[in-house]
Design a protein around this ligand. Structure first.
Ligand SMILES: *[C@@H]1O[C@H](CO)[C@@H](O)[C@H](O)[C@H]1NC(C)=O
Ligand SMILES: *[C@@H]1O[C@H](CO)[C@@H](O)[C@H](O)[C@H]1NC(C)=O
Length: 297
């Protein structure tokens, strides 16, 4: 289905472009082993040594697809350790917030499968609620080491909460992402601390990431890092999630990402849980939640 889309991204000029709905991620035939894991709520804290902290992080998330709670990737800060973060690649859904910080010894954070940050719990800073915080990833004032690549090409929705970038002077390609699509156009949803929030260098996207004459959207230089865009042009009443342009073509409020029709059984992804092929906000009596599904006792 070909539809028109307006992007009014915080960091990009207003443009009009054609995109195709991409439904490959609802394809139930791609059976992948799924595992739920529990996140953490310690913010920038950790206990024990930096090495132990890293090992625990690894153990917690290896093979995990659904993070129940918050994904906190912090304190990767020991120059002697070799950090291998590929274990983050399996994560598809985080029910709380994502916090990346105090990680000066890693160059790339690969969250290649992450589609939805639900923001059911948020990280509070100065009274504001954040669902994604990326902060303090280079130590020096003229840094040579630090986070350069944050790869979340499939991230399609932050359902609730704001986005903050602070002190990531080397981090590239954050200005080539249309954040408004991800945050559903919520006003003031991006907070950039200052000119070191991320690298504001003129970065280019691969040719395949071109969505319009003068607009390309991507998370990095490789062709697999195009931003996965799934929003159609929506009437302003729809909160950027609809299946057609009319005011009554909005997605059901329990949908994330998008939908093919108005019902809770037509969501591309559920915001919270699925019960009998329908998205629901909570699991009713005689069911319990497991990996975003309500399972009957
Ligand atoms: C959105 O829908 C309302 C109600 O139908 C309509 O008055 C308005 O013109 C629509 N906006 C756009 C931009 O189409
Ligand atoms: C959101 O939080 C509420 C209250 O803590 C909880 O009952 C609900 O299961 C949570 N939803 C998800 C998707 O984690």
């Amino acid at each position: 289905m070909e539809v028109l889309l307006w992007i009014l991204a915080a960091l990009l000029p207003s443009v009009c472009l054609g995109v195709t709905f991409d439904e490959d991620f609802v394809d139930a035939t791609t059976v992948q082993e799924e595992r739920e894991c529990h996140g953490t709520s310690v913010g920038f804290g950790y206990s024990g040594t930096l090495e132990l902290h890293y090992q625990q992080l690894r153990k917690r998330y290896v093979g995990c697809t659904y993070v129940h709670g918050n994904l906190e990737i912090t304190n990767l800060d020991d120059s002697v350790l070799t950090y291998e973060l590929d274990f983050l690649d399996s994560i598809k859904y985080v029910s709380g917030y994502v916090l990346i910080g105090l990680s000066t010894q890693v160059e790339r954070i690969p969250l290649m499968s992450l589609e939805v940050i639900r923001g059911n719990h948020t990280y509070r800073i100065q009274g504001e609620e954040y669902a994604l915080v990326v902060a303090l990833t280079s130590r020096d004032t003229t840094p040579v080491m630090g986070l350069r690549h944050l790869h979340m090409p499939k991230l399609k929705e932050i359902s609730r909460g704001k986005v903050m970038f602070s002190q990531n002077p080397l981090l590239s390609h954050m200005g080539t992402v249309a954040w408004d699509i991800i945050t559903r156009g919520r006003p003031d949803s991006m907070y950039l601390s200052d000119e070191k929030a991320f690298s504001f260098k003129d970065e280019v996207c691969p040719v395949v990431c071109k969505v319009d004459e003068d607009l390309s959207l991507c998370w990095g230089e490789e062709p697999n890092l195009c931003q996965d865009v799934v929003v159609g042009y929506c009437n302003e009443t729809c909160g950027w999630r609809c299946y057609g342009p009319e005011a009554d073509n909005c997605c059901h409020p329990d949908c994330a990402v998008g939908c093919t029709g108005p019902g809770p059984q037509e969501c591309l992804v559920c915001k919270d849980y699925m019960l009998d092929e329908e998205c629901v906000g909570y699991c009713p009596a005689k069911t319990y939640p497991k990996m975003q599904t309500c399972v009957r006792f």
